[in-house]
Design a protein around this ligand. Structure first.
Ligand code: CDP
Length: 226
């Protein structure tokens, strides 16, 4: 089974997707982590992010290994564990520049489809396997034929509070304000290449504004059961 979950920053997509994968016994693919890893790799190599061809080339040769266990997903680039480094403010600020590079998107989508295919039809097994893949364009471009497609939304207020809690450990007014610019700018930049604020045909919207994590996981699982 393939479950595709898209949503904007702070919608709770990563925690919800991991929870859904754990409950269903599926693998978990964080495609945002792949764009973050690509950004880390380009900066590590000293690429000029404005140089589209150089960035595209770097991403094509990136030795990326994604660990798909929803209880402990990992990201390695060229043997280095970058799981923490890719969450830095430096990467969060730079990632849209890499993610709006169309050649980069083509390459990462190819890798993502490879993972989804491999999980769907493991050699020698008839079924019962699959993956929860989350991102911005999974329901629409990467896996439009997924068995279940969900757009996870939340009010701007809820999204900023969650992101602020993630990054600053608090959602007080000052922390929310500090997070706001970065989140809204990234939303705007990302929206130029993928539409993730409006559900495409056949995609079920789950609004998590008023739900806690467990309730949101249950809401997605009830879409799976439909
Ligand atoms: O931090 P947040 O959960 O908002 O984002 P993320 O899922 O870690 O994704 C980081 C960035 O990767 C996004 O801001 C997009 O620029 C890019 N991305 C994308 O373009 N397409 C995807 N399928 C997933 C992420």
């Amino acid at each position: 089974m393939t479950v595709a979950i898209d949503g904007p920053s702070g919608s709770g997509k990563s925690s919800v997707s991991k929870g859904v994968a754990r409950r269903l016994g599926l693998a978990y693919l964080d495609t945002g982590a792949m764009y973050r890893a690509a950004t880390w790799w380009c900066l590590h190599r000293g690429e000029d992010l404005a140089d589209q061809d150089a960035v595209a080339h770097a991403v094509r040769v990136m030795p990326l290994v994604m660990g798909l266990d929803p209880s402990g997903p990992t990201v390695h680039v060229d043997g280095t564990d970058v799981g923490e480094a890719i969450r830095s403010t430096e990467i969060s600020t730079a990632v849209s520049a890499v993610a709006t590079n169309l050649a980069v998107r083509a390459e990462l989508r190819r890798l993502q489809r490879g993972v989804i295919e491999a999980e769907r039809t493991p050699a020698g097994f008839a079924g019962g396997r699959g993956v929860v893949a989350e991102g911005r364009d999974i329901t629409t471009v990467v896996a439009p034929d997924a068995d279940v497609r969900v757009l996870l939304t939340a009010s701007e207020e809820a999204r900023l509070a969650r992101r602020s809690l993630d990054v600053h450990g608090t959602a007080d007014a000052a922390a929310v304000e500090a997070t706001k610019d970065q989140v809204l700018r990234r939303d705007r930049d990302d929206a130029t290449v993928s539409q993730f604020h409006v559900a495409a045909d056949g995609v079920v919207t789950v609004d998590s504004s008023e739900l806690d994590l467990e309730q949101t996981i249950d809401a997605v699982l009830s879409v799976v059961e439909q």
